[in-house]
Design a protein around this ligand. Structure first.
Ligand code: FAD
Length: 442
């Protein structure tokens, strides 16, 4: 008997893959949801689902998993000055985020996808399987092949699907690495700290202390490394000093003893730059597509919105799915990522400029005046924000960001990848078997 062939193979059952599988399975597609991990599994994260992620759950009628609602957030500047970023209701999203451990969140989303009819497969996507020049599946590390008309790469920042399909332009990628641990600490207000390890030498990232379920805290630090993946170890090295810093700020009662409880780190691929999100029958979603906010490292909401968008593009019709998906990303995420990827790339290697920006944004009058708009801009919430002063500040920041970054290398890469005449062209040859998902080429 020949192995079963699926309409869609989704590689990776994080938020991006599970949402894609859920939407496809509900529409009647034959979907395999492959993950190398046995669920429930942990994942390095600050555990915050942003407002747009909560809206995806509401839109899809998926119950929010148990967790803690969070609203305003405090930012502590390099000099210790504090600004509270208010969290406002948007027109298209709620005025709150939610802290849910990834063990709970990812298991709940995967379960919802399986209940909708997706087929769970445990195994590692290993050797790519080709039909001509079309990637149509993978041989599993544990043995056996999985083939499908479409492959969705939802396998995280270091995506094997993206590499296999030749969609990554390595030197252009904005990498980051972050590490977290869980501590026994009551947290009144989630806090992000912009930090100088020595005076006027800004840390190329930030630290956080967020409330977690059960009255504890999720504490971590993340660093931008541009294309240099060796530099990721800097986050791990910085964590003990960062905990000392939190004690100095009065945000942590005491420095915990080593080893740090449940310390776990992971890569972030930020700002979309360096990864082409789709070609032929391969669509990348979430971290695999680099859909992480280059300013604050959030990626769960983008993982869910892109997972849904990729599924809908495939359901539209078999032909042109990649182009439709690219168009959706160009409309929804590209305007923000284009500016902030360029800003991120320009700042990471300039510790003095990082210090200056952190000090300015948390300065007494400026910080207070900008806080509302800053909260909208930095959390990628302008699209769908309610009218008012905060929205105007975020809009002005966007215009300014666009003007300043228009000639940047990142901006040119996006123009080449998304807007050149051949940008949406499917590089892979369409496979021989007609898809059951849509009208096809007719
Ligand atoms: C320390 C840290 C803190 C963060 N904090 C936040 C936060 O507070 N809020 C936020 O929104 N974002 C945060 N992020 C980013 C967030 O974790 C990611 O954006 C999010 O997990 C992306 O989801 P995903 O589904 O694209 O990928 P993932 O969640 O990474 O899921 C990928 C899945 O693919 C599977 N996989 C990988 N390779 C293979 C293979 N070859 N075969 C089969 N399966 C495979 C993995 O096992 C995994 O289950 C943080 C990241 C880090 C590292």
């Amino acid at each position: 008997m020949s192995p079963r062939r699926f309409d869609v193979l989704v590689v990776g059952a994080g938020p991006a893959g599970s949402i894609a599988a859920l939407v496809l399975a509900r529409a009647g597609a034959d979907v395999a949801l492959l993950d190398k991990a046995r669920f429930p599994r942990d994942k390095a994260c600050g555990d915050f689902i942003g407002p747009k992620g909560l809206q995806v759950l509401a839109d899809l009628g998926v119950s929010e998993p148990p967790g803690i609602d969070v609203g305003d957030m405090m930012v502590v500047g390099p000099t210790g000055r504090r600004v509270v970023l208010p969290c406002y209701d948007g027109i298209t999203y709620p005025g709150r985020a939610r802290a849910v451990t990834r063990t709970v969140l990812d298991d709940a989303l995967r379960t919802a996808a399986l209940e909708a009819g997706a087929i769970a497969v445990e195994g590692r996507a290993d050797l790519p399987l080709w039909s001509g020049t079309t990637l149509e599946g993978f041989a599993l590390g544990s043995g056996g092949d999985l083939r499908a008309d479409f492959v969705i790469g939802a396998d995280g920042a270091t995506s094997h699907v993206a590499q296999s399909a030749g969609l990554v332009d390595g030197p252009k990628v904005l990498w980051g690495f972050a590490v977290r641990c869980y501590l026994e600490q009551r947290v009144e207000l989630p806090a992000i700290t912009l930090w100088e390890q020595t005076r006027w030498h800004g840390f190329a990232g930030y630290g956080w202390i967020f409330p977690s379920q059960g009255g504890g805290a999720n504490v971590g630090v993340g660093i931008g490394t541009l294309a240099d993946r060796q530099a990721g170890a800097g986050a791990v090295r910085a964590l003990p000093a960062y905990l000392d810093h939190l004690v100095g700020l009065g945000l942590l009662d005491r420095v915990p003893s080593l080893p740090l409880p449940r310390r776990l780190g992971g890569w972030l691929k930020m700002g979309m730059v360096g990864t082409s999100p789709a070609s032929g029958r391969v669509l990348l979603v979430g971290d695999a597509a680099g859909l992480v906010n280059p300013l604050q490292g959030e990626g769960i909401a983008q993982a869910m919105t892109s997972g849904r968008a990729a599924a809908e593009a495939i359901l539209g019709s078999a032909e042109g799915a990649a182009a439709r998906y690219r168009h959706d990303l160009a409309r929804t995420h590209l305007p923000y990522q284009r500016i902030t990827a360029a800003g991120h790339a320009a700042l990471v290697a300039r510790p003095r400029a990082i210090s200056a920006a952190g000090r300015l944004l948390t300065a007494p009058v400026v910080g207070h005046a900008l806080a509302g708009g800053w909260g909208i801009f930095w959390n990628e919430l302008l699209d769908g924000a309610a009218p008012g002063g905060a929205r105007r500040v975020a809009t002005a920041s966007t215009w300014l960001g666009r003007a300043v970054t228009v000639g940047s290398g990142a901006s040119r890469w996006f123009t080449h990848t998304f807007e050149s005449p051949w940008a949406g062209a499917d590089r892979a040859v369409v496979g021989p078997r007609a898809s059951t998902l849509g009208p096809g080429p007719g």
